[in-house]
Design a protein around this ligand. Structure first.
Ligand code: 26A
Length: 352
């Protein structure tokens, strides 16, 4: 796929970007509101499955004509980044899967997308799944991490994987991964800091700030760019005890002002708010970027919109483009995947 000509246009080298996350197979279906009620879930939730959620997956397949789609937040972002970059294996992914058909599907989808996935394999645990419950333009996620939860730092210590981490120029990890392996996150963050390379993170879901605040605060000093949506930013602010009704701009300013180790690169916060403008918050400025809002009939599935935003952003960021271009590309990618089922794309990227 990549030839010399491509090298000159794509501006990012093989293995430039390393991501860690939970590789999940999404089991996605449109459901009535009663389905959410039955499992005490809300529209636009993102939660970890408890025992009482376990029947959901079967029920979606048996009664709601569920579709199976490659998922997992970081892997989604990397697939989208690769789609836009157009040259395979710029993005390297680490996560843990089982030894089953779902793992084969994920491996195949990553390969097709050009993501260089190096999975740890937990032979006795099934590959993780995520129920995606679609109600109109909302989606509620319930993740059964299973094998994804078995990821250990040993995997990053394997010589070949260690070299991939050492050689990368950019790092992206979701807040979701704080539920799995904070030591791995700290290891990658420290590698990024040692080489003065950007480390990017995502707040991922309100429950991360509610229940995983300490590991999140532990890594925050390493974070150069923090992504989040309005619900996640508010959850972070509430968990920190920041004034309750504080607006997103104020929360952003406080996020960028949190303690940072590499003070020569002030933190940036990028906060999305659905079809309202994306906020780019830097220590000395706040900028807004308009989002093209889609007509209701164009919206197929908002699942993965946030991941696609990050994917589009990363595609440009790893090519050294300005933040302005990165954010516009994020908006383009999110707008595209909303018109497709799950975090999938169709055709060639049209970003200019
Ligand atoms: C730890 N949790 C809850 C999760 C996830 C997750 N990815 C990683 N960890 N919960 C949902 N997802 C993924 O988010 C995507 C949509 O943004 C889903 O697999 C879905 O593809």
């Amino acid at each position: 796929m990549c030839d010399k000509q491509c090298k000159s246009v794509c501006g990012a080298r093989t293995g430039a970007l390393v991501g860690c996350g939970n590789p999940l197979l999404d089991i996605s279906a449109t459901v009535p509101m009663d389905f959410l009620k039955k499992y005490e879930m809300n529209e636009d939730d993102a939660i970890l499955a408890e025992e009482r959620h376990m029947p959901i997956y079967r029920e979606l397949v048996d009664n709601h004509r569920a579709e199976f789609l490659a998922g997992g937040s970081v892997q989604n972002s990397l697939r989208i980044a690769q789609w836009i970059i157009g040259k395979p294996n710029v993005a390297v992914f680490f996560g843990c899967v089982g030894q089953d058909d779902y793992a084969s599907t994920l491996r195949e989808k990553a390969r097709e997308a050009g993501v260089d996935a190096h999975y740890q394999v937990s032979a006795d645990t099934p590959t993780g799944t995520c129920a995606v419950l679609i109600t109109g333009t909302h989606r509620s996620l319930c993740a059964n991490l299973a094998a994804a939860n078995k990821f250990t730092i040993d995997h990053l210590e394997q010589p070949a994987n260690k070299a991939l981490v050492e050689n990368a120029l950019y790092y992206y990890i979701s807040g979701f991964f704080l539920t799995v392996s904070p030591p791995s996150i700290m290891r990658v963050a420290a590698a990024a800091l040692a080489k003065q390379r950007p480390f990017l993170m995502n707040l991922s879901a309100p429950f991360i700030s509610q229940f995983f605040m300490q590991p999140l605060l532990d890594v925050m000093p390493y974070v150069d760019i923090i992504f989040g949506n309005e619900a996640e930013a508010h959850a972070f602010a509430t968990a920190q005890g920041w004034p309750e009704k504080e607006d997103l701009r104020e929360i952003g300013k406080r996020l960028v002002a949190l303690n940072k180790l590499n003070a020569s690169r002030p933190r940036i916060a990028i906060l999305t708010q659905g079809c309202d403008p994306v906020l780019l918050i830097q220590h000395d400025s706040i900028q807004e970027f308009e989002v093209t809002s889609l007509a209701a009939h164009e919206i197929v599935d908002t699942n993965g919109a946030g991941d696609a935003f990050v994917g589009g952003f990363l595609a440009q960021f790893v090519q050294g483009k300005s933040l302005d271009v990165c954010i516009r590309c994020g908006n383009y990618a999110a707008g595209h995947i909303i018109k497709n089922p799950g975090c999938t794309y169709s055709g060639a990227p049209q970003f200019v």
